[in-house]
Write a protein that binds this ligand. Structure first.
Ligand code: NAI
Ligand code: MG
Length: 344
């Protein structure tokens, strides 16, 4: 059955990597039809709205979206559209699989998943300055918000994910030794959820700073990591660094009513329009989307073709030490998919 998915090419290198991604999905025979929509600075310039109603309506209707990077002006202008989308659709899970695709890095065969809470913590943006005497910014204060509801649903998601993907262990990271209320609640709720999965998924709890070090020393000891918002944000990028950087990192934002898949890098204004953007993250994001749509077999074929291309030098973009272009990279993946005639 063909599924319709909202496609948002986005800004900067977004349209180029989106085009590459479309070609790869087509060659793989993915049963997807696109509903193309606009968002970001490019949408702003065309219609005056960075996040048009038509785009939101399309995601509401199709419940699944694939999105390129969006440019967020620094300091002033509109708020981060990514944050706006997460809020609008209550996309409470940020899922970041971290897997070695290209050998020769610091570690071989890294394969872990970070499940990050996406709507609470310090990122709720409840903050203000307190003035004293003639200094209006004498003190700055931020609120770290943790709710029982939010902690429970994210930890439960991590355990359900582990069960569904044959993963053995969930590591909950926290700082409950210092932040006894917020982090203490997250840990307490997590322990409660973990009990329900006893005998099926192993539960491990660790302090965030020790986890950050252990991740660098030996990433193989982790399977699924679950965390509140900011710790998860930091660990996700750290873990991406273990497998070659943001160029290989896809992410998913998932809620009850919608799911949004995206590369984790930005719009790369420094190379936009030059035709040399690496389309890998976007293609891997589309694989996560295919997994979500129960098209895991097609996703695996694409991942294996991407892996095959990455083991060579043919067609690779300059960020990977190649002399190729976005198009030649995509072409190499398409060629592999077409050579591999195994039925989907
Ligand atoms: P960036 O990720 O766009 O770029 C950082 C560096 O990585 C640049 O040198 C860029 O050329 C390189 N790079 C990124 N993706 C690449 C790719 N696919 N192939 C080759 N090289 C690549 O981060 P930056 O410069 O901090 O942000 C630029 C804009 O993107 C900002 O407006 C930012 O707000 C936005 N952004 C959007 C995100 C999203 O929509 N999910 C995520 C991160 C940033
Ligand atoms: Mg981040």
């Amino acid at each position: 059955m063909t599924r319709t998915v909202t496609l948002i090419p986005g800004d900067g290198i977004g349209p180029a990597i989106t085009e590459a991604c479309e070609a790869v999905l087509e060659a793989a025979g993915a049963p997807i039809e696109w509903d193309r929509q606009k968002a970001g600075t490019s949408a702003m310039e065309e219609g005056g709205e960075p996040l048009p109603d038509a785009t939101l309506a399309s995601i509401e209707q199709h419940r699944v979206a694939l999105k390129g990077p969006l440019t967020t002006p620094l300091g002033e202008g509109f708020r981060s559209l990514n944050v706006a989308l997460r809020k609008h659709f209550d996309l409470y899970v940020n899922l970041r699989p971290v897997k070695t695709l290209r050998p020769g890095g610091r570690y071989e065969d890294v394969d872990l998943v970070i499940v990050r809470e996406n709507t609470e913590g310090l990122y709720v943006g409840i903050e203000h300055f307190i003035g004293m005497e003639d200094d209006p910014k004498a003190v700055a204060e931020s609120v770290m918000l943790v709710t029982r509801f939010g902690a429970e649903r994210i930890v439960r998601y991590a355990f359900e994910y582990a069960l569904a993907h044959d993963r053995e262990m969930v590591t909950l990271v926290h700082k409950a030794n210092i932040l006894k209320c917020t982090q203490g609640l997250f840990l307490e709720v997590g322990r409660g959820v973990a009990e329900e999965y006893e005998g099926r998924v192993t539960f491990d709890e660790r302090i965030i700073d020790a986890t950050a070090m252990q991740l660098v020393l030996d990433p193989h000891q982790f399977d699924v990591i679950v965390s509140e918002n900011m710790f998860g944000d930091i660990l996700s990028d750290e873990a991406a660094g273990l497998v070659g950087g943001l160029g290989f990192a896809p992410g998913a934002n998932i809620g009850e009513d919608a799911a949004l898949f995206e590369p984790v890098h930005g719009s790369a204004p420094d190379i936009a329009g030059k035709g040399i953007a690496n389309p890998c993250s976007m293609i891997l994001a589309s694989c996560l989307m295919l997994d979500h749509l129960h098209e895991g077999e097609v996703a695996e074929r694409i991942r294996s073709a991407v892996g095959g291309v990455l083991r060579g030098v043919e067609g690779l973009t300059p960020d990977l030490g190649g002399t190729g272009t976005t198009q030649s990279f995509a072409r190499a993946i398409v060629d592999r998919l077409e050579r591999d005639d195994s039925p989907v």
